[in-house]
Design a protein around this ligand. Structure first.
Ligand SMILES: [Zn+2]
Length: 112
C-alpha cells in the first residue's frame, strides 16, 4: 500500500510514499510553499487536497486476481442459471406432455 498526496487546486500530485506519514509531510511542505501554510479550500475552488491510499504492486496484482476470480464466478453463475433455466423448460415440456397423455388415456377410458 502506498500513500499519495494530491492537491487538485494546484493540479499537483506527490510521489507515492510507503507510509502515510511521508505523504502527510508532502502535504505540509506543499501547503507551506503553495498555500502559505494554509489548507486549500474545497469550497468553490474544486476539491480540497487529500492523501489517497494506492495499492502497491502486490495489492494491484491481488486486486486483479480477485477481479478475474469474481468475473469467472459470475460467468459460472450465468452458465448455471442458463443450465437451470433449460432444465426447467425441459421439465415443463415433459409435464405438459405427461398431462396430455394422461388426459388422452382418461378420455379413451371414459368414452368406451
Ligand atoms: Zn495546492
Amino acid at each position: 500500500m502506498r500513500h499519495v498526496y494530491e492537491c487538485p487546486n494546484c493540479r499537483v500530485i506527490g510521489d507515492p510514499r510507503i507510509t502515510r506519514a511521508d505523504a502527510v509531510s508532502d502535504r505540509t511542505a506543499h501547503r507551506d510553499r503553495a498555500h502559505h501554510g494554509l489548507a486549500p479550500s474545497g469550497l468553490g475552488h474544486g476539491p480540497a487536497d487529500s492523501i489517497q491510499a494506492v495499492p502497491g504492486m502486490l495489492g494491484q496484482l491481488a486486486r486483479g486476481a480477485f477481479a478475474d476470480l469474481a468475473a469467472a464466478g459470475q460467468r459460472r453463475q450465468h452458465a448455471k442459471a442458463r443450465a437451470a433455466s433449460a432444465a426447467n423448460a425441459r421439465a415443463e415440456r415433459l409435464a405438459t406432455i405427461a398431462f396430455f397423455a394422461v388426459l388422452v388415456v382418461v378420455l379413451v377410458v371414459i368414452t368406451r
